[in-house]
Write a protein that binds this ligand. Sequence first.
Ligand code: MF3
Ligand code: CO
Ligand code: CO
Length: 263
Amino acid sequence: MNIPIKTPDEIEKMREAGRQAARVMEMIAPHVQAGVSTGELDRLCHDFIVDELGSTPASLNYHGFPKSVCTSINHVVCHGIPDDAKKLKKGDIMNIDVTVKTADGYHGDTSAMYIVGENIQGERLCRVTQECLYKSIALVRPGVRLSTLARAIQQHAEANGYSVVRDFCGHGIGAGFHEDPQVLHYDGYAPEADATLAAGMCLTIEPMINVGSHQTKVLRDGWTAVTRDKSLTAQWEHTLLVTETGVEVLTARQEEDFTFLDH
Ligand code: MF3
Ligand code: CO
Ligand code: CO
């Protein structure tokens, strides 16, 4: 396994990529309303990334993915394909996953959950899943093993009666969209895959947490991953930089409070 250590120059480019991805999330949030189609949300993100940011939506044509962002509703775990015919309705929960590739060639990858109207079970699931992400982010610093992050996520999810998706993982990120290492969200590392973090590494953590069983399947479109038991599922993702003293959340949004990382 070769985990790239970013140079100071690359780190600046990753900061810019992360900021841009966060700006897409901030832009799209007010548009997530009952009645809007996921195709329309995709167009808004695409046009913002291209016209306002001067960057590229990294998901578009990535291994043949047909759209610029992923929109994953209710029992869709990840990689949902935006569709003009798919309109949001009250009670839906949805993940939007945005990856920007800057003109400099660096990636920022982030996703968040949106709740349309009210969904009590969905709100709890989304909150616990975000807590899983935050608890693992808080552990990131040089010398920590990936399995330590995974165990924190799994413990919090299972303590709340949920399960952790095993079929998809986080990843290193940089000039490549998906670099080494694989970042699992459950305690399933082979010894040689359980890397130790070092300053200058960039990675995503992106736990997918299910109300029911952890099992997933991919639909015949080749992308849409769903829970096998059709149970509700949620995901949050950030791109992180390992610093000498801890972590920098490169895709942090304005609304987020990361002061819990200062210590
Ligand atoms: N953004 C996703 C991730 O977090 C990958 C999406 S690939 C796509 O790694 F092709 F489905 F867009
Ligand atoms: Co990712
Ligand atoms: Co992503």
